[in-house]
Design a protein around this ligand. Structure first.
Ligand SMILES: CC(C)(COP(=O)(O)OP(=O)(O)OC[C@H]1O[C@@H](n2cnc3c(N)ncnc32)[C@H](O)[C@@H]1OP(=O)(O)O)[C@@H](O)C(=O)NCCC(=O)NCCS
Length: 209
């Protein structure tokens, strides 16, 4: 299945979701790549990562862009030549891009028991109290996604998930929450939207206006 859906996250932000069901060859033959992207693709160790990378180019095409419109800064953050903001995430079965007039950070995570096991290392585990096992896993995964999303917005060296990015407590059913970054003697606030697709979570972070 190719494009799964386009979700309007707000007035000027779209999330495009690809369900990766194609073979490597199918994806490869359906996109044109710059030399530098071809070299990157060849350097990737797993086919799953390669398919994620290629499916992102299919999502770009859906939005009217090509690989030639995308470039990366020195930290690996993607940018579009027309100054629209983009954020990218891929994980096994799915890939997503978020396109916006605002700076955004998107993350896609598969629900995995391991995330719950390491939760004390990256989040306030008081936020997992009084939940069913299933919801503890879902919430811990959302929090991980929040931290990845905020990190992708800030794109600054030295930001640590447990020491600098803090989720404010939330209910899973609200599909939104807030978070803050305390870094370099400044506090910045973020609005977060999240949702679930099959056994995956996607999280999109926005700078609070
Ligand atoms: C860069 C990072 C955010 C990527 O996240 P990931 O979960 O490994 O992978 P995702 O699929 O979600 O995202 C990958 C995409 O993020 C984007 N990206 C990479 N570096 C980025 C950066 N510095 N800023 C914003 N976006 C970035 C790229 O588009 C990349 O995909 P592409 O290269 O194929 O285009 C992550 O590896 C990272 O460095 N996190 C912070 C480190 C950290 O604190 N870790 C945990 C400590 S407890």
């Amino acid at each position: 299945m190719p494009l799964l859906k386009i979700i309007e996250l707000n007035q000027n932000t779209q999330l495009l979701v690809w369900k990766i069901a194609e073979s490597f060859d199918e994806l490869f033959n359906s996109v044109a790549l710059k030399e530098v992207s071809l070299a990157r693709l060849e350097s990737m160790k797993s086919e799953s990562h390669q398919k994620g990378f290629l499916s992102v180019r299919r999502l770009l095409a859906t939005a009217g862009y090509t690989d030639f419109d995308l470039y990366y800064d020195e930290f690996g953050k993607p940018h579009l030549k027309d100054n629209k903001h983009i954020s990218i995430s891929h994980s096994h079965a799915f890939s997503v891009i978020a396109l916006s007039d605002e700076i955004i950070g998107v993350d896609l995570e598969q629900l995995k028991e391991k995330t719950l096991k390491i939760a004390p290392r990256f989040m306030d585990i008081a936020h997992l109290e009084n939940l069913s096992d299933e919801n503890r896993l879902r919430k811990a995964t959302v929090v991980w996604g929040i931290k990845e999303g905020v990190f992708k917005i800030k794109n600054e060296k030295g930001i640590s998930f447990p020491d600098h990015i803090f989720e404010h407590d939330f209910d899973l059913k609200d599909q939104k929450c807030t978070a803050e970054l305390r870094f370099n003697n400044r506090v910045e606030y973020f609005d977060i939207l999240f949702d679930f697709i099959e056994d995956y979570v996607f999280v999109c972070a926005f700078e609070k206006k």
